[in-house]
Design a protein. Structure first.
Length: 713
């Protein structure tokens, strides 16, 4: 009898489980047992099961809400789908809704999908604005495809939350998350980290597009990692490895990445952050969209940090980007692709779109590349296809100048200080940070009742700041940023007044005749002559000078800004040469000279030369020093108001090498001996101002020069 009861009970349980695995129609079923069959729940039903382990099927768990009804599935364990059959639709968890329906799937464990062709971990989609679909996973989501594409999460107006990590590993193509917002607000939240690895074609961790909806996605402290291994793929069509891809649209997109975004590929074609639609068509009536991207870590790439498409055809949008730490890319920090209706337009053509009107970038630091640039651009070639191994057209200085660099400060012990702009006003703000642009001056001010005794910039190796003429410590924001200000602050010392002695009558001295002031004249123009391990600096005499101070240092290198310090004082006005020995061969150094006078024992500078740069040993493997300068005319006569353009050329010491990069100084610089008679622009254009005679000097990096006599009639 007991055996019969057990047999009947087993049959009933089997029937119940079979019924649970069938599409649910109009009933609520609760079965907490494990199953090896797909769980499919239709509108008006809900199901609860244990672990779901399915083999060689197209899906594992699906909830489909429709006709104004809800479908829900709860998995008290893991979802595992292993498909050895080449099925294009191997999907672990599906939540889809249409015709005013809603669907939800909750998984308390992990989701694993492995398939030879296409493996998708989670699919969540709502067809219209009145529909709602969501998936919640407590554990990790992992997809594996050993012969095709692996996709972690795919949503269209759907909502997904994963408490763990998401990873996609495809032997051909890997995509961590694809999120599209078309009709309504939707979100994707990954509380752990996101990683994907494409073994052949491409790895893209996130592709997000706010077509007309409102899309939000978050990645936790695990950050984003995209890796492409192997040399297959489609070079030039897309970067082989992409961390975060934000396609511009007409809706609102908000991305919050709590840690680093990393992208790398064997082909060295990787991008940490991609911004802009790829040839997306603007029909003229699309509303302006907004994208707000916040990365609370670094952008790290073996090619480029940010790739921005500037296109005439894209829908109008504004992208606000915050990188709280550093953009570290081996090739270039920012690359702007100018895709226009007309090829090769002049830079000042009105049809160009200014990329800074579309992208507002805030970062703490951006690594400069081997050309000394932060941002570069290139224009399209015929056929509008990206060529393999893109060579930038040039530096995008307009973009570089408008980057907001975060000004960090370290609060000192015993007091505090604030950072102000050159006018003594509060700095501009971006994302709540104090920011300034490259080349802008920021000054340090102690709080009331305190004084700054020393100030520095840097994190590990700190560089002392200089004082300006007002006695304030200051810093000029360098290219690439990286400002981290600290100071030593103490209470201001208030001297105790001593009692004044009774005044004693003193005889009135006979005044001595005041000596006539010494007239100072002349422009300092030094020249550097380099040897193997030494350089000699020589300069011209300044009439009336009491002496000269020589300032000397190694040139900036490895993203380090090196302050030029006083190295030697030459007293008197008879010596005009100084040699520095014991230097490193093939290394760039810089120097300048200041002439001074003394009055009542106090030194006052009266003339300062430009900064000169030169390599010891007369060069490196790639670069060399200037040998001489040639000009088209050495004597020019002009009438007042007329102009003359200097045509100059630098002769190199080594013909096969390049001159020193422009990150040190311009290849040619110009200086006038008297601005009242004639001026000269940075491009060598002379303008006659008043009658008289003066000289224009044309000089190279190391000070070799040519003098042009200017006569204004």
């Amino acid at each position: 009898m007991k055996r019969v009861k057990r047999k009947v009970l087993a049959i009933l349980m089997s029937l119940a489980m079979a019924f649970t695995m069938m599409p649910m129609m109009g009933t609520a079923v609760y079965a907490a047992d494990d199953t090896d069959e797909p769980v499919v729940v239709m509108a008006g039903n809900n199901a609860e099961v244990g672990n779901v382990t399915v083999e060689n099927r197209g899906k594992a768990v699906e909830a489909h809400g429709s006709d104004g009804q809800t479908a829900s599935a709860k998995v008290n364990g893991n979802v595992e789908l292993t498909n050895e059959i080449r099925d294009p639709n191997a999907i672990g968890v599906i939540a889809r809704a249409d015709t005013k329906g809603s669907a939800s799937v909750d998984v308390s464990g992990n989701v694993l999908v492995a398939a030879p062709d296409s493996a998708v971990g989670i699919f969540s989609a709502a067809e219209k604005k009145s529909d709602y679909a969501e998936v919640n996973v407590v554990g990790d989501v992992t997809t594996l495809s050993h012969g095709g594409a692996a996709h972690g999460i795919n949503t269209t107006d759907g909502n997904v939350t994963v408490d763990g990590n998401v990873s996609a590993n495809g032997n051909n193509y890997a995509m961590g998350v694809t999120a599209v917002s078309q009709n309504q607000p939707s979100s994707t939240i990954i509380k752990g980290g996101l990683s994907d690895e494409g073994l052949g074609v491409q790895a893209a961790a996130i592709s997000a597009e706010d077509e007309t909806g409102d899309l939000t996605f978050t990645v936790g402290k695990g950050g984003i990692t995209a890796v492409s291994i192997g040399d297959a793929g489609i070079p030039g069509i897309m970067p082989i490895s992409t961390g975060l891809m934000v396609n511009d649209g007409s809706g609102k997109l908000r991305a919050d990445i709590q840690a680093d975004i990393k992208a790398s590929s064997d082909m060295k074609q990787s991008t940490a952050l991609w911004i802009g639609g790829w040839h997306s068509e603007n029909h003229g009536d699309d509303p302006a969209g907004t994208q707000d991207v916040r990365v609370h870590g670094n952008l790290i790439s073996d090619e480029r940090g940010i790739f921005f498409i500037e296109s005439d055809f894209s829908v109008p949008s504004v992208t606000d980007v915050l990188i709280e730490n550093e953009i570290k890319a081996d090739k270039v920090g920012i690359l702007v692709y100018k895709h226009h209706a007309e090829l090769l337009l002049p830079d000042n053509d009105a049809r160009h779109i200014d990329p800074t009107n579309k992208v507002n970038l805030t970062a703490w630091k951006i690594k400069t590349n081997e050309n000394g640039n932060v941002a570069e651009y290139y224009t399209e070639n015929e056929g509008n296809v990206l060529p393999e191994g893109i060579s930038p057209t040039g530096v995008d200085r307009d973009f570089e100048k408008k980057i907001n660099y975060i000004i960090r400060t370290e609060k000192p012990a015993g007091g505090n200080f604030k950072v102000l702009d050159a006018n003594g006003k509060a700095l501009s703000k971006s994302h709540g940070y104090d920011v300034a642009h490259e080349g802008e001056k920021v000054i340090l001010k102690a709080d009331a009742g305190y004084q700054i005794t020393a100030a520095y910039n840097g994190t590990g190796e700190k560089t002392p700041l200089q004082k300006d003429s007002n006695g304030d410590y200051y810093l000029v924001v360098p290219k690439g940023g990286g400002v981290n200000l600290s100071a030593e602050v103490e209470k201001a010392k208030t001297p105790t007044p001593e009692p004044k002695p009774e005044p004693k009558p003193t005889p009135t001295p006979t005044p001595e005749p005041t000596p006539a002031p010494v007239k100072v004249s002349g422009k300092l123009l030094p020249k550097i002559v380099a040897k193997k391990k030494s350089i000699t600096i020589s300069w011209n005499k300044i009439r009336g000078a009491a002496g000269y101070d020589i300032f000397f240092a190694r040139c900036n290198h490895s993203n380090k800004k090196i302050v030029t310090k006083k190295a030697k004082t030459i007293k008197g006005n008879k010596t005009f040469k100084w040699t520095k020995s014991g230097l490193k061969k093939g290394t760039a150094y810089k120097a300048y000279v200041r002439a001074y006078v003394t009055k009542n024992g106090k030194k006052t500078y009266v003339s300062k030369s430009p900064i000169m740069h030169a390599y010891t040993g007369n060069g490196t493997k790639k670069f060399t020093n200037a040998k001489s300068v040639k000009v088209n005319k050495t004597k020019v006569t002009l009438t007042k108001g007329k102009t003359f353009k200097i045509k100059a050329k630098v002769k190199k010491i080594s013909k096969k090498k390049k001159l020193m990069p422009k990150s040190h100084a311009a290849t040619l610089r110009y200086m006038t001996s008297n601005k009242k008679i004639a001026t000269v622009s940075k491009s060598g254009k002379i303008k006659a101002k008043a009658k008289g005679t003066c000289y224009i000097y044309v000089f190279a990096h190391n000070g070799v020069s040519k003098r042009i006599k200017i006569t204004v009639k």
